[in-house]
Design a protein around this ligand. Structure first.
Ligand SMILES: [Zn+2]
Length: 374
């Protein structure tokens, strides 16, 4: 280590938990950030500053003026430049001692294994489901910890997916991606600019801890952050032995591109009720079945009292738990999965079944702000 590096990392090295040996581990480490956007910005800045020897970035986008509210790797002068060029300049300025590798490409099934196999830890800062599922699966295949983060409006989530370290993977929680168009992204839903700063910084912290082998990693724990209430909550996560990718008999053994299935899902011709109508029915104690077709972890984060949880994937086999003749209202996060459920139930002979328009997200917005947004 040069004199410059000794001085640069001195605040690390005086701590016994890091020390010169720990700093050497950071220097020998290779971390991949997927995305140089809202989450990737703070993560990459702190990883570079910490002296991660090889820092890889995957991105294909250009800097847009609307990015600057949260993507602090980039500045006003960078608008129109490739994010990777802008990121490289900024990170070189932060720390000229490290190697910065840019992968200018969309992260796809064709390149994901090749890229990830060059790194020790992956920090997933992507903002879409195809990339999340792909980075999850490839990290499971290659036994690399996947430091996950996501943000939505005022709420963030982070965890470390690492089945090889005893925790679950993303598919243990959500076996399959939601239908295309069912979940709004930041562009549609908005996000408080500082929120990815907080979540991305936690991701950098977890990556550094994993490399140093200190503390307790967020393996098997989901940290949920509410910026409005300024509250952190923690949920225990378990590995699912039936998981299609990390389970005992995996059915997914190679990378998949979900983009090819993407299109605009239609919810027309599905009978709906509004959140206000649902509220009236609940207040009037009307007799009906309320069915929640989300995944168990979503139910744990937020639920509507009296709703019966039957994840969409289990619904075909659990229809007998419901009364086909009673009024039934189905909800999910924002209304797309429940629309699929209503379609399925009508085909199975349910006469009086409705989709809750806007799902629990709208319920939280318009009826009960105590119900967490996610
Ligand atoms: Zn799994």
């Amino acid at each position: 280590m040069t004199k410059d590096e000794q001085l640069r990392y001195s605040r690390h090295m005086i701590m016994p938990e890091v020390g010169p040996a720990g700093q050497e581990r950071l220097r020998a480490a290779k971390v991949l950030c997927i995305g140089a956007g809202g989450l990737g910005s703070p993560a990459a800045l702190y990883l570079a500053a910490a002296g991660i020897g090889k820092l890889g970035l995957v991105d294909f986008d250009e800097v847009d003026l609307s990015n600057l509210q949260r993507q602090i790797l980039h500045g006003t002068k960078d608008v129109g430049r490739k994010k990777l060029d802008s990121a490289r300049d900024r990170l070189r300025d932060v720390n000229p001692n490290i190697e910065i590798v840019t992968h200018e490409a969309r992260f796809t099934s064709a390149n994901a294994l090749d890229i990830v196999s060059n790194y020790d830890v992956v920090v997933d800062g992507s903002d879409n489901f195809p990339t999340r599922y792909l980075s999850n699966d490839v990290c499971v295949f290659t036994k690399k910890p996947n430091v996950y983060g996501s943000v939505f409006r005022f709420d963030g989530q982070t965890t470390v997916f690492a089945p090889h370290l005893g925790g679950p993977c993303y598919r243990c929680l959500f076996p399959e991606p939601p239908p295309p168009g069912s979940v709004p992204n930041c562009a549609q839903a908005g996000v408080l600019g500082v929120l990815p700063g907080i979540v991305g910084t936690i991701q950098a912290n977890e990556a550094i801890k994993l490399i140093l082998g200190v503390g307790e990693p967020l393996v098997g724990r989901l940290l949920y952050f509410d910026a409005l209430k300024m509250k952190f909550r923690e949920f225990n996560l378990r590995r699912d032995p039936e998981c299609p990718v990390c389970g005992d008999s995996p059915t997914i053994t190679e990378p998949i591109d979900y983009e090819q299935f993407c299109g605009v899902a239609t919810t027309s011709e599905i009978p709906t009720v509004s959140v206000r109508e649902l509220k009236q029915k609940l207040d009037a104690r009307e007799s009906f079945q309320l069915v929640d077709v989300r995944e168990p972890i979503e139910y744990e984060i937020a639920n509507i009292d009296s709703a019966k949880l039957i994840p969409l994937g289990e619904l075909p086999n659990r229809l007998d738990e419901l009364n086909r003749h009673q009024l039934t209202i189905v909800h999910c996060h924002s209304g797309q999965r429940s629309a699929a459920a209503v379609r399925l139930m009508r085909e199975a002979g349910f006469e009086n079944v409705f989709n809750l328009e806007g799902g629990i997200a709208k319920w939280s917005d318009e009826i009960d702000s105590e119900v967490a947004q996610y």
